[in-house]
Design a protein around this ligand. Sequence first.
Ligand SMILES: [Zn+2]
Length: 285
Amino acid sequence: MNRRYLKSTLYAVAVFALLLFAPASQAFFVEPSSEASNPVDVIVIDPGHGGVDSGALGRGGLTEKDVVLGVAMGLRDVLRERLPEVKVLLTRENDTFIPLEERIGLANSAHADIFISIHVNAARNKKASGVETFFLSYLPTDAEAMELAEAENRVVQQKSGKSDDEVNSEVATNDLKNILHDLAQSVTHHESSALAEAIQVSMVKGTGRPDRGVKQAPFTVLEGASMPAVLVEVGFISNRREERWLKGVKVHKRIADSIAHGITEFAVEVNRRAARIKSDERAER
Ligand SMILES: [Zn+2]
């Protein structure tokens, strides 16, 4: 059974089980406004790949891990400037390898309110170009989104040193755990989609690159996030022209600025809502 089929089946079984035991599982279907009342205090930025894992490679020699580190550092600096009261952390600040689960683990233990993983796209179609933003779902938007998630997830299996069977059975157990967790996080799901939308709109505006839209796919790095979490693909390294574009330090800054703008808009909205909920609570007392 291939992994995609297995995931869809597990998803269907999990949804069915939840519907069957609906009274006991009402907590899974909370209204977004009832939970999302925390202001944004901590943001974790995750530059994808690093160390032995170079990520996607351009024909001109550019590596994904270098581009995303440049963009992430720029994003950290501009966010610290624009949101001085917010703590901004990076999962890596240099060329080191960090397993995917550790990245989201760090965000969870830092009680992050926003998690953003930065990546560079690659496609068989050398003409593919533009920016896209993802949030977690076990049902991918389309075959292309699934293929991309599989490529970005591959590093886990490569580095574990385990056989395919061992990995598959672990993956199946984790998949079910994660699917249940994902369903429980319907609030986060809604917020992740809003965050993705804000970043995508702002990235297209700020970079002038083609808009590939907001999509969903099962990215391991987003699994188990207890905060709004997105993954951005800032351009195609497999496209010769876009690879050249991605090389520029000024471009990294421009991409960072545009992502920061989207995050700031989202954070301002979340904080406004948190303040409103707080004042409503005070009025009720
Ligand atoms: Zn990547």
